[in-house]
Design a protein around this ligand. Structure first.
Ligand code: HEC
Length: 269
């Protein structure tokens, strides 16, 4: 092989590895004494993975009806919802159903008005102090980067939503006989330390999906997690498309260089 061919081959292999790594990284997390993370199928995994818009719209439904009352989604604007298949008019209507603070008006007062597509998602609490008061001393974190911020990513969020237990399980007590759930906390098998300030949120049938999908806890956890993954990485599909393009380009380049090399050396043998 000529040096050029070797470089091209190495580059192609490297590109292939990089594309594959996303999936491997997601597998590496978890651990602890408890159950391993649940690993459902995600449409956005793998080199050819992409978002399922219908699922993202269901996920928005869960976020808007359940999570939004406590969690902010920083950087998100209502117009971003057009990216997951809502029409301009639908987005206007969705935005108008929320109130955001504006002002000051001519008398120097802040006032509330219906949101427009250009507004950021409305915030659930006026400030952190109030958020803390309402949630046992803990501010519910911003969810817009959560899927990237936690080990295990989507698998972690999905597992967390479904990880509540009414009683402290045996495997915790075996490991730590003195484990006691502090007052006001819930037991969650996937939360570090198991005691979480967020009560269980997803129960079968708490909402109705406009597309008629059965709202089981698993379904809602899956949909809202996909939605949060999209919020954290809306450009994922572009990135993957570019990666595939680079890969094909390198493979073609390798083949061409190889053919070229054989052509040049054919009479020398
Ligand atoms: C009643 C308020 C409330 C609602 C509603 C709520 N959460 Fe939370 N959430 C919290 C609080 C408080 C925390 C911080 C928990 C802690 O640190 O103990 C939290 C933490 C989280 C975390 C981070 C866990 C971690 O590893 O730090 C995720 C993810 C999360 N919530 C997702 C959701 C999703 C998805 C929904 C909607 C289905 C939702 N939450 C609805 C209050 C809420």
């Amino acid at each position: 092989m000529s040096t050029l061919t070797r470089i091209a081959t190495a580059a192609a292999v490297a590109a292939g590895l990089t594309l594959g790594l996303g999936a491997v990284g997601a597998q590496a997390a978890g651990g602890g004494e408890g159950p391993g993370l649940k690993r459902p199928y995600w449409s956005f995994e793998g080199v050819f993975g992409g978002y399922d818009e219908q699922q993202l719209r269901r996920g928005w439904e869960v976020y808007a009806q359940v999570c939004k009352s406590c969690h902010v989604l920083d950087y998100m604007h209502y117009r971003n919802l057009e990216q997951i298949g809502f029409t301009e008019d639908e987005v206007k209507e969705i935005a108008a159903s929320f109130e955001v603070e504006d002002g000051p008006d001519e008398w120097g007062e802040m006032f509330m008005r219906p949101a427009t597509p250009m507004d950021e998602f409305a915030k659930p609490y006026e400030n952190d102090a109030i958020a803390k008061l309402a949630n046992g001393g803990v501010v519910p974190p911003n969810l817009s980067v959560m899927a990237r911020a936690r080990d295990g990513g989507a698998d972690y969020i999905y597992s967390l939503m479904l990880g509540y237990r009414d009683e402290v399980p045996e495997w915790v007590l075996e490991h730590d006989p003195n484990f006691e759930l502090p007052a006001g906390k819930s037991f969650n098998a996937y939360f570090p330390g198991y005691a979480i300030s967020m009560p269980q949120q997803l129960f079968e049938g708490i909402l109705e999906y406009p597309d008629g999908t059965e709202p089981s806890a698993e379904q809602m956890a899956h949909d809202v997690t996909a939605f949060l993954q999209w919020a954290a990485e809306p450009e994922l599909e572009d990135r993957k498309a570019l990666g595939r393009y680079v890969l094909v380009f390198l493979l073609v380049l390798t083949a061409l260089l190889y053919a070229y090399k054989r052509e040049i050396w054919k009479d020398a043998h």
